[in-house]
Write a protein of this length. Structure first.
Length: 130
């Protein structure tokens, strides 16, 4: 099994309800995002997927999040608040739909909201059928 990781960043604001009082106020973070994808076979060039292609896909997702008030985005609502956990899930699902090769799967996404606090979404069995 081969696994690739790319790291990127975005800045955005959000509000979280029913958590620590500070988090209920409008506030922002400079998120660090780590995305991992995996697969069992390398292509003819000897790579799992071209890093440039993977980075471009992740960049498109970041563009939709960067410098936004996340609570106002269609994906996030009262049932799916823009917590670090849900941001990681959103990125994982978005990237998976963008990957061209169905044998390459998103295995995890980590959303760091500060240098010492993060949430990680891990696909339990990324290679099982949908």
């Amino acid at each position: 099994m081969f696994e690739l990781k790319v790291v990127t960043h975005f800045a955005a604001a959000h509000q979280l309800k029913m958590v620590a009082k500070k988090c209920e106020n409008l506030h922002g973070h400079n998120w660090k995002i780590e995305v991992c994808v995996a697969g069992e076979n390398l292509n003819d060039a000897g790579v799992l997927v071209d890093f440039g292609e993977l980075k471009q896909n992740v960049s498109e997702i970041m563009t939709g999040l960067d410098h936004n008030f996340l609570n106002e985005l269609d994906y996030f609502d009262d049932h799916t608040p823009p917590s670090s956990e849900n941001i990681a899930l959103y990125i994982a699902n978005s990237l998976q739909t963008m990957l061209k090769d169905p044998k390459i799967r998103v295995t995890s996404v980590t959303a760091w909201e500060s240098e010492n606090a993060c949430a990680r979404y891990v696909m339990v069995n990324p290679f099982s059928p949908f």
